[in-house]
Design a protein around this ligand. Sequence first.
Ligand SMILES: Nc1ncnc2c1ncn2[C@@H]1O[C@H](COP(=O)(O)OP(=O)(O)OP(=O)(O)O)[C@@H](O)[C@H]1O
Length: 462
Amino acid sequence: MADSSLLPRGKFSISLDDSADEIDAVTDNVNKLSTNDAAAAAAEGDMNSEAEQEVEVRLADLQADPNSPLYSAKSFDSLGLHENLLKGVYEMKFTKPSKIQERALPLLLANPPRNMIGQSQSGTGKTAAFVLTMLSRVDYDVMKPQALCLAPSRELARQIMEVVQQMGKYTPVKAAYAIKDSLEKGGKIDAHIVIGTPGTVTDLIRKRALPLSDMKLMVLDEADNMLDQQGLGDQTVRLKNQMPKGCQFVLFSATFPENVQTFTKRFAPEANEIRLKATELTVEGIKQFYMDCKNEEHRFEVLSELYSLMTVGQSIIFVRRRDTAEKIAQRMTKDGHAIVFLHGQMDSAERDRVMDDFRKGDIKVLITTNVIARGIDIQQVNLVINYDIPLDGDGRPDPETYLHRIGRTGRFGRTGASVNFVHDRKSNEQMEAIQNALGCDIIKVPTDDWEDARKILKKALK
Ligand SMILES: Nc1ncnc2c1ncn2[C@@H]1O[C@H](COP(=O)(O)OP(=O)(O)OP(=O)(O)O)[C@@H](O)[C@H]1O
């Protein structure tokens, strides 16, 4: 949850309560939205399963707890959103906003537009905050790209598109991808909202397939990653420099490490900021464990044993290298486990197929690299395994990537477990460094008493 004492004084152009006038201006624009039949929304009356009901009860409790990042004192109706967007939100079964949604939305929608740097724990609903902003800001009478959302992976871009379509269901929004293989040769993007990855966006602009003249809003999801100077940073900055004057820059992430903070502020000057304290970064619902393996070979055996003994919902295993992902998937398959791999060197169609199968639940175990460490939201994932402890580009323990990886479980109040595998002194030290940096407890699970191990993990997954 954000700590208001950390917010820079005087940076807010409005307070949460006196924002009605500014919000109206945005609402005027959105009034042009078409009014589709809302009956469709009401007609949906599926009986929830028992498990889902349990989650709903827990969620209601969390959303009533002021100490939870999901807590909100307000309703979606009071956040200045157009009624057609509210219909979309409610159809997604969102009853109350989370803390980040409640705090960020009025600031994001205020006029004149102001930049935003928003931080909130993994799985607390940042996507809705920026998607609703994009859907509120575009002028639907103008069929030109007006909002650009950048994400670090095609998987995340596709997921954001899904949210845009769902939330924008009762608007005439047209959204287009700018990801590899998304546009036919010689084609041109005509859509209100563009969602893409920096490389392809750069490419399309160069080919004059993505006009920027009407851009009003640029969103960076996983902003610290997008601005990382060892990675996507240069490309992202070059894109920013091409945006028209007055463009609003919106940056969201669960993590903004020290080393990107100055840069982030330069990227989004005069921004409203919503920040977390260092002690608030971990999500309570995610229980963290480690298993001490004797060596490389034992590490694999423990993994295989774990999957023989446990019935987990869905799980993601993270490794450092693509070839490790492939090798382990092959060995696990030989041992009789159903598992697939996903990494950045696969072709687009294959990546999409694997991800779609995993999302549908047809695949239960996915082994992957950091390519999907961030943002991916699959609520049934209740176990994350760090087969390799995450390291940064310089080979140092990487607490941010750790947080994002384990954050693939425990989404929006759900419970989940993460298990770190250590197999030698070095990996042990790496895990300890992460534990110290985050000040979190990582509890040992025995590798010589499987009954005990099963009990501990089962309890955490309840
Ligand atoms: N107000 C809400 N009520 C109920 N569910 C919500 C609400 N807001 C978001 N969600 C759900 O919570 C889940 C997590 O949201 P989202 O993916 O936006 O998290 P995030 O903060 O972007 O996480 P990450 O940092 O991992 O990217 C999604 O399944 C989303 O549909």
